[in-house]
Design a protein around this ligand. Structure first.
Ligand code: DGL
Length: 224
């Protein structure tokens, strides 16, 4: 197997939710090192103001840069939808985020529900999806982690949530309890943004370092 790319990716979230994103990268990418920063002290982020989110995201990116990150991934839907653009324009490092793929699901013709934090939901109007804010679910996941099987997703969902063809998990914490969403919505495809982020980062790396010979890096295949 050829050497992995000499790249350090820094992942940032309010807590443990971004581990779902890191797990995607560890399964499917070929970077050499990861740094993970969970801002437990200030979690949860989902009800914070945009001003606070920009400031926390900026501080997180700076800490990751100081720790040696070459690329920053905001592994948090709340930061990505509210603060990424502000941080990105002022950052020396490439910055990526995780976004709920709501429009893609709607355009595929599926009746789509998006579940996310209150602050993320405010950024999702006009997608054509039914959007639901879950103010306390990320906090409960955070308290239970790593024993996320103790979380009861159902008690956080509004009774109005109906039958959907696609359910978008707009918060990376929710990806840690995706199986429960699948049980609650048995006919729905359960979707979140982790794969899109991985694809964006890999395509950036291919542009900067050249595409490696061999299979698609997204498939996690060996090279050479
Ligand atoms: N995991 C984050 C997100 O995707 C943060 C949730 C929170 O801290 O409220 O939104």
């Amino acid at each position: 197997m050829a050497a992995k790319r000499e790249i350090t990716i820094g992942f940032f979230d309010s807590g443990t939710g971004g581990l779902s994103v890191l797990a995607e990268f560890l399964k499917h990418s070929d970077f050499a090192r990861a740094i993970y920063l969970g801002d437990n002290e200030n979690a949860p982020y989902g009800n914070r103001s945009r001003r606070e989110l920009v400031s926390l995201a900026r501080a997180g990116a700076e800490r990751l840069a100081a720790a040696g990150a070459d690329i920053v991934v905001f592994a948090c839907g709340t930061i990505s939808t509210n603060a990424l653009e502000a941080v990105k324009t002022a950052s020396d490092l490439p910055v990526f985020g995780v976004f709920p793929p709501a429009e893609r699901c709607v355009l595929s013709g599926k009746r789509t529900a998006v579940f996310a934090t209150p602050r993320t939901v405010q950024r999702l109007s006009g997608t054509g999806a039914d959007v639901f804010a879950l103010p306390d679910l990320a906090g409960e996941i955070e308290r239970c982690a790593p024993h996320v099987e103790k979380v009861c997703v159902k008690k956080h969902l509004p009774q109005t949530a109906g039958d959907y063809g696609a359910v978008v998990l707009g918060c990376t914490h929710y990806a840690l309890v995706a199986e429960q969403f699948a049980e609650i919505f048995p006919r729905a495809e359960i979707v979140w943004g982790g794969q899109d982020t991985l694809r964006a980062v890999n395509s950036f790396l291919n542009g900067v370092y050249g595409k490696k010979e061999g299979k698609d890096p997204l498939c996690g295949a060996d090279y050479g």
